[in-house]
Ligand binder design. Sequence first.
Ligand SMILES: [Zn+2]
Length: 357
Amino acid sequence: MSALGTTPADCARQLAVQFGWQRGERREVRVLHGSAKRRALVDSPAAAAAFACRQPRGAGVYVTMNALAATAADRFAADVDVPHRVRFALDFDPVRPSGTPATDAQLDAARALGAEVERFLVAHGWPVPVRMDSGNGVHAYWRTDLGTASPQPRALLKALHARFGTDRVAVDVTIHNPARIMRAAGCWNCKGTEAPDAPHRVACVTHAGEPGARALEAEDFDAVLRALGAADRAPEPAKRTPAPRRYAGGELPRLDVGAWLARHCIAHRGAREWRCADGIGTRWVLAACPFNVGHDRGEAVVTQAASGAVAFRCQHHGCAAHSWRELRELIEGPRVDVLDMFKKAGKALRREANDAR
Ligand SMILES: [Zn+2]
């Protein structure tokens, strides 16, 4: 059984619609299967479908939303490989425990929210998009004519989520970068463990969009951002500064985590604001998990709370036990804990005394 949920010809037809795939446009097909990751550079929907057909059932098949430059390097696609944004996508994602497929009711809720947002955008002059059921949620796609540096896709995702997102369905705010991959139509979505009311489904295009729809330009994004009151948002309120952490000997020095990561050449995707229990902290998504470089899909994160407290977490099961302390030990070597040394020495002495008896 293959990752394809339909015939190769039908998959190719759907991919052409999903991505507005023009003849000769190069895209990367990426296959994620457990921790394995494969890719193929293809220049037609038919070639993408043929590659998907060779993948086993259970593998997730994705395609870069935007076309890649002819000069794109021979590696997994990065933002620099995209010369122009030709596609904008929305992903309506039911809020549910991770590792579970959506239930039919959750999928219906995603479709309803997708329809509501679509009505709003169409009312602001946008064409009717291509619609797709991703298997666990709903996608909408528009043609665009935007530079890769445009901040508007990101701003719009955030603003749409703020206005329309609910506690049941979220607008995915992370899919704005030019090299973003999207689940391929015509392929199985086998993410998570199936349940009777939450089966694995085949991603499929459900509406081909407005025939001959124009490409959205910067002004189309600005019009919607203005309508959402997100065009000239007032600066964020001043950050609250919580009291520094203290211990018996006085204040704990605050670690400069950004400098520490740089000093030890730990690559990350930039420092981001992070809402934590004690105010606004900082969050670094690592390019790869220091304990296992195969964990390179954003699983590994370092956070620093407003108080200065630092934490490390990798979502991968094998890394569940690894904390910030272990990460520091991994990078800097064992840390000498004087109290611990005395305890161990005491234990060893008692053992010796017992053995001598
Ligand atoms: Zn890990």
